[in-house]
Design a protein around this ligand. Structure first.
Ligand code: ADP
Ligand code: MG
Length: 441
């Protein structure tokens, strides 16, 4: 698989070009020294060596700058070109010859310039060099200058400028194209990573949901088992009691037996509710009223420790349209929210449930005046396994949001630490208005 090179680690054009220019310069200087000191007919050797030494100093500075990741005199390319034109002109002048081999330096200098600088700079440099060579010919003594050579050199210099610039332009275009491709590759890589992250999160969420469902199913089986086990002896006690009652006992015993009977039916009622709540969830979608599910959720929640010390109040607007969906799941949502509200409130705390019509939706709120949720925790509430409780699972709100999404609804929270919390559910309603009397049936 291709991996995008981070843009920052791609070679910088100016430094790469400078490295090539430096090599050309060093090689040119080396040849220059060889020619001056071991050449065939060079006069004024000392002067030429001194001028080349100046060039050497400049090239050393350039190399040091390059090692530091900078370009020596990088901001003044035309000053460098002018200096080079002067330098080469002086070298040729001291050799007292228009066809001095030093004139080839003009070509090297132009190539260096074309690699490093934009087109206009290269053409101006070409102009400098042509001018330098022309002035040199004027300055040379009669016999050493050569008008034809000036013309030829001018043509060659312009030709070289044109060819070198064209080539460098092509290279730059390829570089920019590669850079764009690399950027695209990098973007795609990031997108891919994002997608993998999303999929992993989805997978974790599905896993959490499965775990929760498994737990609920286990709890259901356990509850059904207990209800069965407790139900049989209860039935026996109830039968014995009826037998005793039929024997027409004395008023005191009769009174007590009646009391026991009431308590027994209460226990049987609790067991029935428990079994109802824990029966395996069906995927069947039915139509039901919000009042039904609120009543059922509160009916179960009343067995939760602490609820008797809270003021729970449900205000359901009359004639609300029915909801379509999986009833058990809605009961679970409200049940989870009420349990959380109980956990968050102290003794004497208030918990309120309201249901109203808001446009085409039913708006259900569960609010409490409990401890509230710190701002930095609010965005994590619906993540699986987020809990601040010792015995918490952190799955309650996550499951609530999942169920709401599956029913086309939403769940939102507003909370002020120290003042309380309010969960707001929006549930799409089926457009059938069921009268309150019918609703209660
Ligand atoms: P659990 O109840 O198992 O901790 P939940 O998903 O139901 O998991 O809740 C996650 C966390 O959200 C809780 O641990 C609690 O910190 C916070 N929370 C939920 N509801 C309330 C509320 N009404 N008031 C304050 N905090 C709440
Ligand atoms: Mg909870």
């Amino acid at each position: 698989m291709f991996t995008a090179v981070p843009v920052t680690s791609m070679p910088r054009w100016d430094l790469a070009a400078e490295a090539i220019a430096l090599r050309i310069r060093w090689f040119g200087l080396f040849l220059g020294f060889l020619y001056v000191n071991f050449g065939i007919k060079v006069e004024d050797r000392l002067v030429l060596d001194a001028i080349l030494a100046l060039g050497l100093i400049y090239t050393i500075m350039d190399s040091i700058w390059h090692l530091r990741g900078k370009v020596f005199f990088g901001e003044y390319p035309l000053v460098v070109s002018a200096m080079e034109a002067l330098f080469i002109g002086i070298l040729c002048f001291f050799e007292q010859d228009a066809d001095s081999p030093f004139r080839f330096y003009y070509l090297l200098s132009l190539i260096c310039c074309a690699i490093r600088h934009p087109l206009p700079t290269t053409y101006v440099t070409c102009l400098f060099h042509c001018f330098s060579y022309a002035v040199l010919n004027l300055a040379l003594p009669e016999g050493s200058s050569n008008a034809f050579l000036v013309l030829l050199m001018t043509i060659v210099l312009v030709w070289l400028t044109w060819a070198a610039s064209g080539f460098v332009n092509l290279t730059k275009q390829i570089e920019s194209h590669l850079r764009n491709l690399n950027n695209e590759l990098q973007e795609q890589q990031e997108e891919l990573e994002q997608r993998i992250e999303d999929r992993t999160r989805q997978l974790q969420e599905t896993q959490a949901q499965l775990l929760h469902q498994e737990k609920m199913a286990g709890f259901g089986l356990l509850a059904a088992g207990i209800a069965h086990e407790v139900g049989n002896p209860l039935m026996a006690i109830s039968t014995i009691m009826q037998m005793l009652q039929r024997r027409d006992p004395e008023p005191y015993t009769k009174d007590k037996l009646q009391l026991v009977g009431t308590q027994l039916s209460r226990i049987q009622g609790i067991l029935r509710e428990l079994m109802n709540f824990s029966r395996p969830a069906t995927v069947e979608r039915t139509q039901f009223t919000i009042r039904d599910v609120v009543d059922e959720a509160l009916g179960i929640a009343k067995y939760y420790r602490g609820i008797n010390n809270r003021n729970v109040e449900a205000t359901i607007a009359p004639n609300l349209p029915v909801i379509s969906g999986q009833r058990d799941q809605f009961v679970q949502v409200i049940f989870n929210l009420v349990l959380n509200a109980i956990d968050a409130t102290p003794n004497g705390g208030n918990i309120g449930l309201t249901a109203n019509l808001a446009g085409e939706n039913i708006q259900l709120t569960v609010s409490d005046n409990g401890c509230g949720i710190p701002l930095e925790e609010q965005h994590r509430l619906f993540q699986p396994y987020f809990t601040t409780k010792k015995q918490g699972t952190g799955l309650g709100l996550f499951i609530c949001r999942k169920i709401m999404q599956e029913h086309g609804g939403t769940i939102q929270v507003t909370s002020t630490p120290g003042e309380g919390t309010r969960f707001e559910l929006t549930i799409p309603a089926v457009a059938i208005v069921v009268p309150e009397t019918e609703e209660r049936k």
